[in-house]
Design a protein around this ligand. Sequence first.
Ligand SMILES: Cc1cc2nc3c(=O)[nH]c(=O)nc-3n(C[C@H](O)[C@H](O)[C@H](O)COP(=O)(O)OP(=O)(O)OC[C@H]3O[C@@H](n4cnc5c(N)ncnc54)[C@H](O)[C@@H]3O)c2cc1C
Length: 338
Amino acid sequence: MIRIEENYFIQALHTFRMPVYARWFVEYDTVEDLVSLLQSDLLRTHSFLPMGGGSNLLFVHEYYDSVLLHSAIRSVELLNETDSEVLVKVGAGVVWDDFVADCVAKGWGGAENLSYIPGEVGASAVQNIGAYGVEVKDIIVEVETIEVATGTPRIFQNAECEYGYRSSIFKHELKGKYIVTAVTYRLQKQPHLHLDYGNLRSSLPEGNITIADVRRAVIAIRRAKLPEPDEYGSAGSFFMNPVIPVEQYEKLKASYPDMPHYVVDQGHVKVPAGWLIDRCGWKGKEEGGAAVYEKQCLVLINKKNARPSDVVRLAEKIKQSVHDTYGITINPEVNYIE
Ligand SMILES: Cc1cc2nc3c(=O)[nH]c(=O)nc-3n(C[C@H](O)[C@H](O)[C@H](O)COP(=O)(O)OP(=O)(O)OC[C@H]3O[C@@H](n4cnc5c(N)ncnc54)[C@H](O)[C@@H]3O)c2cc1C
């Protein structure tokens, strides 16, 4: 079924929860409907954006003068099961955390560290979502897509997706060229737990730990650190952690000995953007209705009736001040939608 809405108020359809209208909002629930939409006048004569749960989008204007294209493909298919693992194909429109909850309930390990990340399955494979030492690329087998230009299906094996930190070929070289319709994940029946990241292990009970324990702990930590959507709108981490050359880090360390860092490779380190923003004095600062979240400076929130321009201005000022202070450029993780 295809649903087409015109001049549609999308405040509830993106997690920043700002008052934005889209010229069109279009939803489909089968691959065939997607293909016929791609051949329609509407999509052939207007630009469009495939969207999921809108949890990594910043609409920069109050009117989005194009088409938002949302998948409601919500099938879940067990493709293969052995004594040790399962392969599950999941429709792009399934809510990511519903899938994780289902895996955990069935005792299938691999996704539990990624519990409670907002958004949908299609975007998980585009964004390479990650948390607590796990990235979704670790469990993706293949990604089913439709090519926008031709309407033909193409399956990308994991290695073809060119996964990196919060990135994939769908965000770069092939941006806008393919729409994800389903993702196949591999999950383990004898899960290998990943507990050595941040304060995860210390938040777990002593003794025999299950994937259900891990999910509970991850959700509790996330709830304590990140704004709940009904508290404040946000898009999670607004900026990516910058990767800088080791020489630059060594020079900065002389002036800022407590600057945290993680080794990326021989020549590069990653510096937490939240630390840089905090040290520039941005914690809790407001710009119109937008603000820097008190509990985590990496998160910009819709504190009180924020407008898109408030968030854009706040982000620009933060970026400038981090650059002026440290000579480091921080770039948004959030997708700016013009
Ligand atoms: C409170 C909060 C916490 C968060 N925590 C994390 C975290 O811990 N780790 C993490 O990695 N992310 C996190 N995020 C970011 C966000 O949840 C992820 O980026 C998520 O994958 C976005 O999914 P979505 O369905 O909302 O995608 P959207 O925001 O709607 O879209 C994101 C991008 O994917 C593209 N896209 C969406 N669907 C498709 C499709 N079917 N085919 C092709 N392209 C598509 C869009 O065009 C856009 O470029 C957080 C966000 C919030 C609000």
